[in-house]
Design a binder for this molecule. Structure first.
Ligand code: BES
Ligand code: ZN
Ligand code: ZN
Length: 485
């Protein structure tokens, strides 16, 4: 994999040198020779270079190739990440790149931060999921092996970068899980994969089908009963503050490895995307991985419900009534509203087993939220204004944006059932809010709770600088920003 190196020394002639340039500033070219400087200035004039984000000028000749990269006006951390991501594409055929950190003017961040953000973007932007191609040609693989960051004297970025690299690794891990097809990533394979995270010092417990039955995970088992692939529940603990017994946070993830809709079968078009209905679980597992890699001073417990939702002779039917782990009963009116069932039991279990006063759940839960917010924002629901505001802020910081939507008594009333404590369907409208109200019925009094509905942001139809087409694993960066501040 791509190696990131920080240096203050001389740069070899094999490296492509990159100079960032903010809009309305002049590029810093002090590190270039006089001839190179003249060639660059001429090329910039010819290209009418303004420093706009995404504008690049490549200058050949001289000692080696030089790239001047526009970063837009007053570039912030996200703009620098974006630059890093686009460099991954620009340098596809080059083996070594060198970003001249000292030359960027018009950016309020210090040199250390600039280097880290660009390198972080590079690690995200260079992500590919290509393991299933058997006939890939050598030239389709990136040649870029090393990216050097040339820092001013007295600046050392390597220590800071460890946390960025840990997070980038976690995001890549999360995307890998989400991009896997459902025939490979069954609940059992997913659980086995999570179990391997033990090597990082995470405590991991896997509950198998008979244990789930003994304990009474009635909702989760109801969803799973149509599939030949057995369900699993995985619990991951990171104790970054060993002297403290309580958990600062519980993360709960929806891990439906494939959502066919069950007997309430989904239409065929786009059904393949439902291999990504386990994104919430991948985000939870990857978030705990990130905390462990960062040795973060946080106590966090994660729980994921891993099931496959399939139609068959043994599947649950519309009209069935299930008894949840909490004891509350649920009339299942649509077997495609399965995520809330899986999460309901996981919410109960984590509150019964662990001392938690704050919960964030994350799930590709409703098409309604996707239609409301598109791919710009994930939906945020919850019972605590402070937690919601902090999450929105973490979203802005990380570029994973949240928009708050309501939960209230009126929406809650819409899930009352005439034959059971509740039904798993609301009315025709406000599907995101009624789903959230369903989850809230499994949150104990006094517990602060936020629910992130990531249907709509879990995958990209078209790639961006920081993520190719396919799984985004949306939420890992946001949760990491929230948990570490
Ligand atoms: N996994 C889907 C939600 C979804 C839709 C995720 C689109 C990603 C993209 C969920 O299980 C579902 O099918 N929800 C139904 C609920 C309805 C039957 C109440 C929906 O939103 O249509
Ligand atoms: Zn569904
Ligand atoms: Zn689903």
């Amino acid at each position: 994999m791509l190696e990131v190196v920080f240096t203050k020394g001389k740069i070899g002639a094999e490296a492509v040198r990159i100079v960032g340039c903010a809009e309305k500033t002049k590029p810093g070219l002090a590190s270039l020779s006089k001839d190179e400087r003249e060639a660059v200035l001429k090329a910039l004039r010819q290209a009418k270079f303004e420093g706009k984000s995404g504008q690049f000028v490549e200058v050949l000749g001289g000692r080696s190739k030089i790239i001047v990269a526009g970063v837009g006006k007053n570039p912030d951390a996200l703009a620098l990440q974006k630059l890093g991501g686009s460099l991954a594409k620009r340098l596809f055929r080059d083996s070594v790149g060198c970003y001249m950190v000292e030359e960027l003017k018009g950016c309020r961040l210090d040199a250390k931060r600039i280097a880290c953000e660009i390198a972080f973007g590079l690690m995200l932007g260079s992500y590919r999921f290509d393991k299933y191609f058997t006939k890939k040609k050598a030239e389709e693989y990136p040649a870029l092996e090393q990216m050097i960051f040339k820092l001013p004297d007295a600046v050392d970025a390597a220590e800071d970068f460890k946390n960025y690299a840990a997070l980038a690794n976690a995001v890549r891990y999360g995307r890998d899980l989400c991009n896997e097809p459902a025939n490979y990533l069954t609940p059992q394979v997913f659980a086995d994969d999570i179990e391997r995270l033990k090597y990082l010092g995470l405590e991991i417990e896997i509950l198998e089908k008979n244990e789930l039955r003994e304990k009474g995970f009635g909702l989760l088992l109801g969803v799973a009963q149509g599939s030949v692939n057995e369900p699993r529940v995985a619990v991951l603990q990171w104790k970054g503050k060993s002297e403290q017994e309580d958990f600062d946070i519980a993360l709960v993830g929806k891990g439906v490895t494939f959502d066919s809709g069950g007997i309430s079968l989904k239409p065929g078009a786009g059904m393949g995307d439902m291999k990504g209905d386990m994104t919430g679980a991948a985000v939870v597992a990857a978030s705990l991985k990130a905390l462990a890699l960062q040795a973060a001073p946080v106590n966090a417990v994660g729980i994921v419900g891993l099931v496959e939702n399939m139609p068959s002779g043994s599947a649950i039917r519309p009209g069935d009534i299930l008894t949840s782990l909490s004891g509350q009963t649920v009339e299942v009116l649509n077997t495609d509203a399965e995520g809330r069932l899986v999460l309901g039991d996981c919410l109960t279990y984590v509150q019964e087993q662990y001392k938690v006063r704050k919960i964030i759940d994350i799930a590709t839960l409703t098409g309604a939220t996707m239609r409301a917010l598109g791919s710009e924002y994930a939906g945020l629901f919850g019972n605590d204004d402070k937690l919601a505001a902090e999450l929105i802020k973490a979203g802005e910081e990380s570029g994973e944006n949240l928009w708050r939507l309501p939960v209230n008594k009126a929406y809650d009333k819409m899930i009352d059932s005439p034959v059971a404590d509740m039904k798993n369907l609301g009315g025709a409208n406000a599907g995101g809010s009624t789903a959230a109200c369903f989850l809230q019925r499994f949150v104990k009094d006094g517990v602060k709770w936020a629910h992130l509905d990531i249907a709509g942001v879990d995958r990209l139809e078209k790639g961006t600088e920081l993520c190719p087409k396919g799984a985004t694993a949306f939420g890992i960066r946001l949760l990491n920003a929230y948990l570490r501040h």
